[in-house]
Design a protein around this ligand. Structure first.
Ligand code: NAD
Length: 426
């Protein structure tokens, strides 16, 4: 059992905290948001993430998981401290390290002698040095341990990671951090801080590249009369390619891919390399938002002026309530700019939240959202949408066009109910 402090209780920090408590460590989590801390102390999880509530309740009951306001009070007895604070995109595209620096400054004096501080936030190469400089504590070791969890399956990803990456010049500190994961027996890669930090950016950039590649092939499929779903099955059987992450869609998004790809562009530029490939990946993604908005325009008869579009799905992916950098919102903004009225439904979003334009009307039922709509656009891959009966939609919707940005609905069933179904890449 190791005494841990987790700074920041967002998607990464809360998952890390409850999972380490589940593995038997003694965990104190800190946040600057006093309301969030109060809710967590009562066992209430404010984000949608499978099993977080169950593990939170377990830790609170067992007494080895606590929540406090403010980082300094959390670290007093901690042997290892995890920084899980935001690293948003700065104005020039690079990662904004101000939260990491602020949290480091807060804990500098409070840290126990010879504590280890771990950067779990996604940070550019050289950030362990930044933390060391802010801490001014020669007795403290700073370790990079990037996080690879996916929202929607965060707990499972933490408990069954593909790998754990630990970067530190000090072997003993690296081993102490790696040992925290012993009971889940992961593949551990111990390396230097620069390599650990680069692994995280390279992984996200590669995944974004895969998705942009699939969407580019989907565009070609539409031109030549091929079916992208079959094409992806065909290439996915090649072991060198693999079948994961080959689904076409409305463009990629979420809190990490955009900011991390742009941060890697800046890192590359700073290192003297012009990363044109990654710039192209980002450009293809912006084009994909335009392409899907254009499919919706065409489905509305060529103009979106005063057209009503029903949108199913607002979050950046299914099984999360996270709206940050959601492709759905990027497309909705294009629809509104072209004069459309947008009615939306999402299983986890009941009201206008940060990032959702105020002009959007949000409905609490998938069918109700389609009332009077000219076009239905499916923009998030929630399983729930598959099971909506097209006949129920036909009874309230004005038009008979579906733009399925996730190739989610069963085309034959919808066609049978009188709809024209337009997918991606087929
Ligand atoms: N969300 C993901 O899927 C994911 C996956 C891997 C890595 N990451 C990286 O992990 C980091 C955190 O991401 P997130 O999605 O969990 O962010 P988040 O915005 O959900 O949570 C961050 C939390 O930190 C708190 N915070 C900020 N400053 C603080 C301080 N000084 N002391 C205590 N708490 C403080 C905020 O109040 C917030 O609750 C980012 O660098 C991100 O790139 C995220």
């Amino acid at each position: 059992m190791t005494r841990l402090a987790i700074i920041g209780t967002g998607y990464v920090g809360l998952t890390t905290g409850v999972c380490f408590a589940h593995l038997g460590h003694d965990v104190v989590c800190a946040d600057i948001d006093a309301d969030k801390v109060a809710r967590l102390c009562r066992g209430e999880v404010s984000i949608v993430e499978h099993r977080l509530d169950e593990l939170l309740a377990e830790g609170l009951r067992a007494g080895n998981l606590r929540f406090v306001v403010g980082a300094a009070s959390a670290v007093l007895d901690a042997e290892i401290v995890f920084l899980c604070v935001p690293t948003p995109q700065g104005e020039d595209g690079s990662a904004d390290l101000s939260y990491v620096e602020a949290a480091s400054a807060e804990i500098a004096k409070a840290l126990a002698y010879e504590a280890i501080v771990v950067n779990k936030s996604t940070v550019p190469v050289g950030s362990t040095r930044v933390v060391e400089r802010v801490l001014q504590r020669p007795d403290v070791r700073v370790v990079s341990n990037p996080e690879f969890l996916r929202e929607g399956s965060a707990v499972d990803d933490f408990m069954k990671p593909d790998r754990v990456v630990v970067g530190c010049e000090d072997r003993a500190a690296a081993i102490a951090v790696a040992a925290l994961y012993d009971s889940i027996r992961p593949q551990v890669i111990i390396t230097d801080p620069a390599s650990a930090e680069t692994i995280k950016y390279a992984a996200n950039a590669f995944l974004a590249t895969k998705l942009s590649f699939v969407n580019a092939i989907a565009a070609i499929c539409e031109g030549v009369g091929a079916d992208v779903d079959d094409v992806m099955v065909g290439i996915g059987y090649d072991k060198r390619i693999g079948s994961e992450f080959l689904r076409p869609g409305p463009g990629w998004g979420g809190s990490c891919f955009g900011k991390d790809s742009r941060a890697l562009l800046k890192i590359a530029h700073g290192s003297g390399y012009q990363f044109d490939l990654l710039a192209g990946v980002i450009a293809v993604n912006e084009e994909q938002f335009d392409r899907v908005a254009d499919k919706i325009r065409m489905a509305a008869g060529g103009s979106l002026q005063n057209a009503t579009v029903a949108v199913w799905g607002l979050t950046f992916k299914a099984r999360t309530d996270d709206l940050r950098d959601s492709p759905s919102l990027s497309i909705i903004k294009r629809l509104l700019a072209a004069g459309a009225n947008v009615r939306a439904y999402d299983p986890t979003v009941a009201a206008i939240k940060a990032g959702v334009p105020a002009e959007v009307s949000i409905h609490n039922d998938a069918v109700a959202a389609t009332t009077g709509a000219d076009v239905l656009a499916v923009l998030t891959e929630w399983d729930d949408f598959r099971w909506v009966a097209p006949g129920d939609v036909a009874a309230v919707m004005k038009g008979r066009k579906v733009v399925d940005g996730r190739n989610l609905l069963d085309r034959a069933t919808w066609q049978h109910a009188g709809f024209t179904h337009v997918g991606i890449g087929r």
